[in-house]
Design a binder for this molecule. Structure first.
Ligand code: EPZ
Length: 420
């Protein structure tokens, strides 16, 4: 097991480059199953979750070659397996994203039922409903989803009862090879959905409306290989900008546009940050000032992203004033509060809301990571705490942040990884 040791009190100053988006790379890698040809992918982040997806694809018979960092060649021509095993799916819920592509390409799929995780029960009922509406037969047996579509899949006019990113992605990928037209209503609008749709179209699919709540797909008989570069990671970039704000510093993130960060930049301005934007960079400057606390209510895109909630909760614990952060997407995504209290944070949980009264500094302490974004928020808390903070179970962080201590060290942070 590894831990991170942080000695707080340094303002983050400098420039770093955004990595490729985890939440775009995972569905795009799953989508390579839709073709028997080779896909050359660029800006693929080196993360545990990406490694898990590549291992899953290899177990399905896909040839994966990573000749250089962040570049992956995927050849699904030899793919013959249709079983996504429990021991892989249990480590990464996003494995469910191979269900739609396997069904569409092979007419069969056996995917272990992804369990819940720290932040919630994470059901997949909407994924199943959408695929059944396209003609799939899906039963649960022995903890596996056993899916078949003997006569192939057919286009459908389907409305999601709840906005679901993964459900929209699975349905979009399946519809790409279905017979006829599909309309997905109340679809997720996240930029990662747009990136997946653009990748599918690069493969020869006919997807339109991505980024709106109504996505239209005209099925085609086959998809081809292509070359594609994954979009930058807006949550990773947002995390570093929040860390800069919490430490009263000045940080520029290259390789990402402000448009991708959307309301996150509005909230950072509300904290008192000066934000400058270029075509493919964003800079935050606190001018040495202590941030003001901000109220947050998470919502599906273009609302405030749930994946940035924990980071702002950390910022609020050292910001000026009181604030309320309300999590509306997942039922248990305020766990970071418990660990922050151990660092002296004045934070009270009332149902789905974290209420904070900011303090100038926190006290360093040993804390434990629980899920990916809660772990990132503990790093932010450690950066602004007096003394040393040790964060255990940092495998949670390695799932979604590429070289986080290396990037923070380039910004002047006193942070190191140890084998605990
Ligand atoms: C994706 O998860 C992201 N993961 C999550 O990022 C992100 O927090 C989430 O979207 C919301 O933006 C990836 O893209 C790999 P959902 P996903 O389906 O697709 C309910 C991170 O930190 N729901 O949009 O699993 C569900 O319970 C991760 O990078 C159903 O009820 O999220 C939740 O309340 C964490 N039935 C809500 O919808 C379903 O069939 C949104 O979930 C599916 C979802």
């Amino acid at each position: 097991m590894q831990s991170l040791i942080i000695v707080g009190g340094t303002r983050l100053e400098g420039t770093l480059a955004a990595s490729g988006s985890k939440n775009a790379a995972l569905p795009i890698l799953a989508a390579t199953l839709l073709t028997g040809e080779t896909c050359q992918l660029g800006r693929v982040p080196q993360l545990r979750d990406v490694s898990t997806m590549l291992t899953l694809l290899s177990s399905l018979g896909v040839q994966v070659v990573s000749a250089e960092p962040n570049c992956v060649s995927v050849d699904s021509g030899a793919a013959t397996q249709i079983n996504a095993p429990y021991d892989l799916v249990k480590t990464m819920r996003a494995s469910i994203l191979v269900l739609g592509p396997l069904l569409a390409r092979f007419g069969r799929a056996e995917v272990s039922f992804p369990g819940g995780c720290a932040i919630g029960s994470r059901p997949v009922d909407l994924h199943i409903s959408a695929l059944e509406a396209m003609g799939a037969n899906i039963v649960t047996d022995g903890g596996y989803l056993i899916a078949s579509a003997k006569n192939g899949l057919s286009g459908v006019d389907f409305r999601f009862g709840t906005v679901t990113v993964g459900g929209t992605e699975n349905a979009m990928m399946a519809a790409a090879l279905a017979r006829g037209d599909t309309i997905l209503r109340n679809a997720a609008r996240e930029p990662e959905i747009v990136d997946l749709a653009n990748f599918l179209n690069q493969m020869g699919a006919k997807v339109s409306g991505q980024g709106t709540d109504t996505i239209r797909i005209t099925g085609v008989s086959a998809l081809g290989g292509c070359a594609y570069s994954v979009m930058p990671d807006r949550i990773e970039a947002g995390t570093y900008l929040v860390a800069a704000a919490a430490t009263r510093g000045r940080v520029r993130v290259d390789g990402i546009s402000g448009a991708l960060l959307g309301v996150v930049l509005d909230k950072l301005r509300e904290c008192g940050a000066t934000i400058n934007e270029g075509e493919d960079w964003v800079e935050l400057d606190m001018e040495g000032k202590r941030p003001r606390a901000v109220d947050i209510v998470t919502a599906p895109f273009p609302g405030f992203p749930t994946d940035m909630q924990a980071q702002f909760t950390a910022l609020n614990t050292v910001a000026e004033g009181r604030a309320r952060v309300t999590e509306t997407i997942f039922e248990n995504r305020l766990m970071q509060a418990r660990e922050m209290k151990r660092m002296g944070a004045n934070i009270v949980i009332e149902a789905d809301t974290a209420i904070t009264a900011g303090k100038a500094v926190l006290q360093g302490a040993p804390v434990m990571a629980s899920d990916l974004r809660a772990s990132a928020s503990l790093i932010i808390a450690g950066l602004v705490a007096d003394g040393e903070t040790r964060i255990d179970r940092i495998y949670h962080i390695d799932r979604g942040y590429e070289d986080i201590e290396g990037k923070l060290q380039t910004l002047g942070a006193n942070i190191r990884r140890i084998d605990a």
